[in-house]
Write a protein that binds this ligand. Structure first.
Ligand code: NZQ
Ligand code: ZN
Length: 392
């Protein structure tokens, strides 16, 4: 077991109609002039944005709005948001939406609290010294950005998708009403469940520092999301299933399921980020399309963990060699992806990269991770290319 830091300062307000608490929360954290940042319009169509602004109006809190954060959010809108906030003297950011709106707001927050080009942080050139305070009203259980230190932004020029993490960007509060996720298309619900599970799996498949308590939390979380994802396929309006998945999404990425280990593997995420940058695929679907190939490529180097996963999460029969059990677990996971209509290779994801594009993704991925990365197995550029090729 390794030493660890666990820092989750986000105040969570969870349950039905909790969005009505937004004004008092903004006041509690000192906001007097807000930027309300959202995505492509689902919060307008659902009436959520109107409910939020009504609440702020009634409390006498000023705000400006900026929509347009696209999935795989763009740097251009971040710059626009920074300029708008400076002009309007905004002192608090309110993201209303999924991970893309939240991440875009975090990047705007960095841009306001630091001099110079905000992209420098995503380009690993320097570290941020602060971030404007941020609150969240979550509409999609997936990324865990509502409690995480991370944000992921795509620079349009060169389609470079990069993440940056610092505790400054952890939201002050997160309003989570599972009912708000009931308007999601089934595909996005399934993408979200995939992403949630993957955040815990990235921390689970490691070669160092694993703790019994962390494993128990992780395995319980994975079983819970698996079960409730299947429930939501049949009944998208099941409140309890929505709630289980929503809370799991936060716990999967606030650090809890990584306490004591070596920091996790994260290569499936890094490989997916290149797909998201280049082809604009939904993040969760991209993860599902890559994971099985990655798992088969690395499992021999991390066999005890793959066996444990197969038995305790996928509940495969404890029969045969360790390798057979591990492979049965990978297969069972892919079956699960298919059962919630997630892809298990790039073709099913809807992209067919040329050999040159595969090489480009592998190269960008290797550069993005500083040459090599991974805990289940350390991967270099040629390994990344092998995985991309095999995932066709
Ligand atoms: O844009 P709108 O109109 O709001 O529609 C969105 C979007 O089309 C829609 N949606 C969201 N809530 C809805 C809804 N539609 C109907 N009803 C609702 N209640 O769903 C679509 C996807 O939204 P988006 O915010 O893009 O999805 P997600 O939350 O999966 O975020 C994906 C982004 O987060 C990054 C991903 O790489 C990707 O860029 N990630 C961020 C992380 C973090 N900050 O910690 C970690 C993750 O690993 C991930 O990399
Ligand atoms: Zn993710």
């Amino acid at each position: 077991m390794f030493d660890f830091k666990y820092f989750t300062p986000t105040k969570v307000i969870f349950g039905k109609n909790t969005e009505s608490k937004v004004a008092e929360l903004v006041k509690e954290f000192g906001g007097t002039k807000l930027l309300i940042h959202y995505g492509g319009g689902s919060v307008v169509r659902s009436g959520l944005l109107k409910r939020v602004t009504d609440c702020l109006d009634a409390a006498g809190i000023g705000y400006v709005t900026l929509g347009g954060a696209v999935p795989n959010p763009h740097l251009g809108l971040v710059y626009e948001g920074i300029e708008l906030c400076k002009k309007e003297n905004v002192d608090f950011l309110l993201a209303v939406g999924g991970g893309s709106a939240i991440d875009s707001a975090k990047a705007i927050g960095y841009g306001l609290a630091n001099e110079g080009d905000v992209w420098d942080f995503y380009d690993y050139k320097r570290q941020a010294k602060g971030c404007l305070p941020l609150g969240v009203i979550l509409t999609l259980a997936a990324t865990g950005s509502e409690m995480s230190d991370s944000s992921v932004i795509t620079k349009e020029e060169g389609l470079v998708k990069r993440g940056y993490s610092s505790d400054y960007a952890r939201p002050k509060f997160a309003i989570m009403n599972p009912e708000l996720t009931m308007t999601l298309p089934d595909y996005q619900t399934a993408c979200g469940c995939t992403d949630i599970m993957m955040h815990t799996m990235e921390r689970y498949f490691t070669n160092g520092g694993n703790m019994e308590i962390t494993d128990a939390l992780a395995e319980g979380l994975l079983r819970t999301v698996k079960k409730n994802a299947l429930t939501l396929c049949k009944n998208p309006k099941d409140y309890d299933a929505r709630a289980e998945v929503m809370w799991a999404g936060s716990l999967a990425h606030n650090g809890l399921t990584g306490c004591g280990n070596d920091g996790g593997d994260w290569m499936t995420h890094k490989l997916e980020h290149e797909l998201g940058g280049l082809y604009d695929v939904a993040h969760g679907a991209g993860l599902a399309a890559i994971w099985g190939t990655w798992a088969r490529y690395v499992y021999k180097n991390c066999l005890p963990r793959f066996v444990k996963f197969a038995l305790n999460v996928m509940e495969v029969e404890n029969k045969g060699s360790d390798e057979e059990i591990a492979l049965a677990g990978i297969e069972a996971m892919e079956d699960f992806y298919r059962s919630i209509n997630m892809p298990t290779n790039l073709r099913e994801l809807g992209v067919e990269p040329t050999e040159d594009e595969l090489k480009l993704m592998a190269h960008k991925c290797a550069v993005g991770v500083g040459g090599q990365m991974g805990s289940a197995r350390v991967l270099r550029e040629e390994d990344m290319l092998n995985i991309y090729r095999a995932s066709m």
